[in-house]
Design a protein around this ligand. Structure first.
Ligand SMILES: NC(=O)C1=CN([C@@H]2O[C@H](COP(=O)(O)OP(=O)(O)OC[C@H]3O[C@@H](n4cnc5c(N)ncnc54)[C@H](O)[C@@H]3O)[C@@H](O)[C@H]2O)C=CC1
Ligand SMILES: CC(=O)C(=O)O
Ligand SMILES: [Mg+2]
Length: 570
């Protein structure tokens, strides 16, 4: 039997396959179900394996939508969409693209968080590649088993499942964040799904509940030591880049130390980025730029408090510092405009256990010697920081639901005319505050965007649309731009360009306007981001493709569309 029975034929824009009958229906890339034409049914031995009527994709999509709507809750909707994804990939993307607003929260945050927590009990089918630290020698075999050749992978999303959204360590269930991010990549960014791979690096889990669960599907041992871990990550990187030399390596939801260490190790050597550090930094910058514009001020006038100085929080700090420098401050001045808090309050240079990437933002102990300490926190709490700093921008990346309380926000609003407040933690219950509360506490003056989706809020006759400050506004366009430019690196310039392109999609000066473009426009936003990123790649000297005036058309032409392609029997 031909070991590679199915190949994408780029010249003829069709699938060529040696598969027949049930094997065709079982391949979600090929399967069109009831939309197979009569000729295809003949050629592919499907006659009698399908009911006789031939439907259009529009008919199939409306039927699938009705089935989706009939599900009793969000997890059931997730299971329903996953089953469709496993059956018929084009129809899945057609449906999700047609209902992005309604379905993104199901395939992505917040419901993907629940699906990850229940991974082993809800398991139906494998998806992606499971690499085990207990058998690193199998990495090559496993990646080869995808059947994809060296020129057939554009993008790999990998997680080790240690810091999923704000819900922590979920071991092998983390595969679903790689799958969810890739669903956003395709539905929102037009990345060809057949050219992507979701990966989980299964290095164990420290969650006792999983280790004790007889149904747990991952490696049943604690996370491995750093040396073993680093060697395994290196094996993954070496193998993935050798087998798929043009693939972009996306890192998702790693614990803070590993996230930073991995990024520092590889970012100048290959095409790679960490979404939580860099994608989040860029979407936050977009929201801040919009908020600053809406408030009629300039960025360099602002003071920023970041509550939750981990992977996302310090990634945000780094991009804001660079933006403040671009706006005219010295590096020292820019850094001192940012106050970061972690588990034990404000970071100061005598904070014990401070991480190296947090250190640049630590205040001197002298500077805060007479600030009140909160024994419950073990340091200087948010309320005292807000009281002393009078911030104009407050960002939440702590994973601590409801941490922005009425008194804290009212105090901020007493000195800031248009307080910019961005509770970015996911999933929804972990948001540091709800938009409704923030607008009520600030008499409608707050400029708000949140990590997970929130409904519009009516306050005093104005309806406030709530932008979703989620890296989903960045990563699809960032990677699409990098792929179209055939970039060799993701540079800081490309991230800044992505942030500005997102901010340029909205006019936040209208009363109640969102700070960020809505989810339903994600494809347009991603096209604008990709165009800006490709130009920036050329500017930074990392583009191998020629980037000219036609780049926007090139980006749009490169976007995969959820339409059936011919399937040719070979
Ligand atoms: N909207 C978006 O696009 C993104 C949002 N996030 C969200 O940000 C949150 C954090 O994620 P990561 O940075 O990956 O986690 P992390 O574990 O790296 O960072 C969390 C930080 O919060 C701090 N923290 C914990 N409890 C605290 C408390 N009571 N007071 C002050 N600080 C506290 C920790 O010390 C740590 O520095 C998650 O909820 C995640 O969903 C992360 C990435 C993207
Ligand atoms: C959005 C995202 O990447 C996170 O919450 O981790
Ligand atoms: Mg993440």
């Amino acid at each position: 039997m031909n070991p590679m029975p199915t190949r994408w034929n780029a010249r003829h824009q069709r699938w060529d396959t040696a598969a027949r009958g049930r094997a065709v229906l079982a391949d979600p890339r090929l399967n069109k179900g009831t939309a197979f034409t009569r000729d295809e049914r003949q050629a592919l031995d499907l006659v009698g394996l399908l009911p006789p009527q031939v439907l259009t994709i529009e008919q199939q999509s409306s039927r699938a939508y009705a089935q989706f709507r009939a599900q009793p809750d969000d997890l059931a909707k997730h299971v329903n969409l996953t089953a469709l994804h496993d059956r018929n990939e084009v129809l899945f993307y057609r449906l999700v693209s047609e209902h992005l607003d309604e379905m993104l929260p199901i395939v992505y945050t917040p419901t993907v968080g629940t699906a990850i927590e229940r991974y082993s009990s809800q398991y139906r089918k494998p998806r992606g590649v499971y690499l085990s630290v207990d058998a690193p020698e199998d990495a090559e075999r496993s990646l080869r088993a995808t059947g994809l050749g060296p020129d057939e992978v554009d993008l790999i999303v990998a997680t080790d499942g240690e810091a999923i959204l704000g819900i922590g360590d979920w071991g092998v269930g983390g595969i679903n964040i790689s799958v969810g991010k890739l669903a956003v990549y395709t539905a929102a960014g037009g990345i060809d799904p057949a050219r992507t791979l979701p990966v989980v690096l299964d290095v164990g889990t420290n969650r006792k509940e999983l280790l004790d669960d007889p149904l747990y599907l991952g490696n049943r041992h604690p996370r491995v030591d750093r040396e073993t871990y680093d060697a395994f990550v290196q094996t993954y990187v070496d193998t993935a880049t050798r087998l798929f030399p043009s693939a972009l390596l996306h890192w998702e939801d790693f614990g803070p130390d590993n996230a930073r260490r991995i990024l520092a190790r590889y970012r100048d050597k290959m095409l790679t980025f960490n979404d939580d550090v860099q994608g989040t930094g860029a979407v936050n910058l977009a929201a801040v730029l919009s908020g600053v514009r809406a408030s009629g001020t300039s960025l360099r006038e602002h003071r920023v408090v970041i509550f939750g100085a981990g992977t996302a929080g310090v990634g945000i700090a780094d991009q804001l510092r660079d933006a403040l420098i671009t706006d005219g401050l010295t590096p020292g001045e820019a850094t001192r405009r940012i106050w970061c808090l972690a588990r034990h309050g404000l970071l100061t240079d005598d904070t014990t256990g401070m991480r190296d990437f947090q250190a640049p933002y630590a205040r001197t102990a002298d500077e805060v010697a007479d600030w009140a300490r909160d024994p419950k926190v073990g340091g200087i709490a948010l309320a005292e920081v807000v009281h002393r700093v009078e911030p104009t921008i407050l960002i939440g990346t702590s994973g601590q639901g409801s941490a922005f309380t009425g008194p804290v926000v009212r105090e901020m609003a007493a000195s800031a005319r248009r307080p910019i407040i961005l509770p970015m933690s996911n999933p929804t219950p972990l948001a540091e505050a709800t938009p409704a509360d923030l607008l009520a506490w600030t008499d409608g003056r707050a400029l708000v965007a949140t990590g997970s989706p929130f409904a519009p809020v009516s306050h005093d006759g104005t309806t406030h649309q709530i932008g979703q400050a989620n890296n989903a506004l960045i990563f699809p366009g960032l990677s699409l731009g990098a792929i179209v430019a055939r970039a060799t690196r993701i540079t800081d310039g490309m991230l800044t360009a992505a942030a500005h392109a997102v901010a340029a999609q909205v006019d936040p000066t209208d009363p109640g306007a969102p700070l960020l473009p809505p989810t339903r426009q994600l494809r347009e936003t991603s096209a604008a981001v990709a165009t800006a990123v490709a130009r920036s790649a050329a500017h930074d000297g990392v583009a191998r493709a020629t980037i000219g005036d036609e780049i926007e058309n090139q980006v749009r032409a490169a976007m995969w569309q959820p339409n059936y392609r011919p399937v040719q029997a070979i």
